[in-house]
Design a protein around this ligand. Sequence first.
Ligand code: PLP
Length: 361
Amino acid sequence: MNRVYNFSSGPSVLPLKVLERAQAEFLDYGNSGMSVMEMSHRSPGFDEIICAAEQLLRELMGIPDNYRVLFLQGGASTQFAAIPLNFLTGSKKAQFVLTGLWAKKAHAESAKYGDCEVVASSADKTFSYIPAVGPDMVKPDSDYFYICHNNTIYGTTWHTLPETGDVPLFADVSSSILSERMDVSRFGLLFAGAQKNMGPAGLTVVIVRDDLLGHKMDICPTMLDYKLQADNRSLYNTPPTYSIYICRLVLEWLKSIGGIEAIEQTNRKKAALLYDYLDSSKLFRGTVAEQDRSIMNIPFVTGDEELDRTFVSGAKAAGLVNLAGHRTVGGMRASIYNAMPVEGVEALIQFMYKFEKEYHK
Ligand code: PLP
């Protein structure tokens, strides 16, 4: 078997133990004589899988009882539209902080349905920092206040959440869910595409406070109606059954290694190793304001685009793959999600060290 160290931003590396278990159970799940992929979503066998996935997620994240957990389809991008259709229905005003491409896309989608103010933006410095947001900037009549918690492309994170008072805080946690402790009760809604820390692409998890549901727009498509999905336990139509099964295996794996507290420690260690190296390097440098650095996505450059390309292809040949930065920013980016072992980061640093020795004049 030839497994590489995969630094992809998503879909990204899954724990090897999860893949091996899925492989072992692929043809005959739990003596059912069939693959999970072949099971009815209304069968007791699948019911056990989706209930276990929800229970594990609740336990790992400490999700309070007054929050609903939805397993949906369509990726995080579909939620950019579902959010206004479900919640931009009171004052029809919402507020956004633009910290990168995904926040911009969410804002553009929401703005089709109501008055969506941009409170602050870090576009002036290529989204390399998180702008300051004081409580005085939050309008008390906003239906919600929206942030992208971890900016996958630019490598920034909200280490301190904005204080939004009674205005529900909504956050895209696609690239940070399960990577560090989060106080769910600080949010009205959290959502994540599964393809980074949870499982296969397409599956999307929404965690929403109960009392916010039930006020959708009349034009809201049935499939995007969060209350209907909640009332049907995410089984209104055929859900992405196999992806939910893999998600359950990922959550079981996370629990088995000590849960979020343990993985956060490992994630901080991995990120510190790479940032320390970047800070001491004479060839490479990180591109993000120090206080806003992500522990999941770490962009860096040499300052010479040609050399960046040489690095990415040399790293690939050494079994360190998917290190090119997002097509809109260039340079390099190492995504070091939960399933990336410390050894993977160490191997990357070793390669960078050798590259620096060879190319730094
Ligand atoms: N939000 C964030 C923070 C992301 O990183 C991504 C994709 O990488 C998306 C949203 C879009 O997710 P999807 O492709 O599932 O729509």
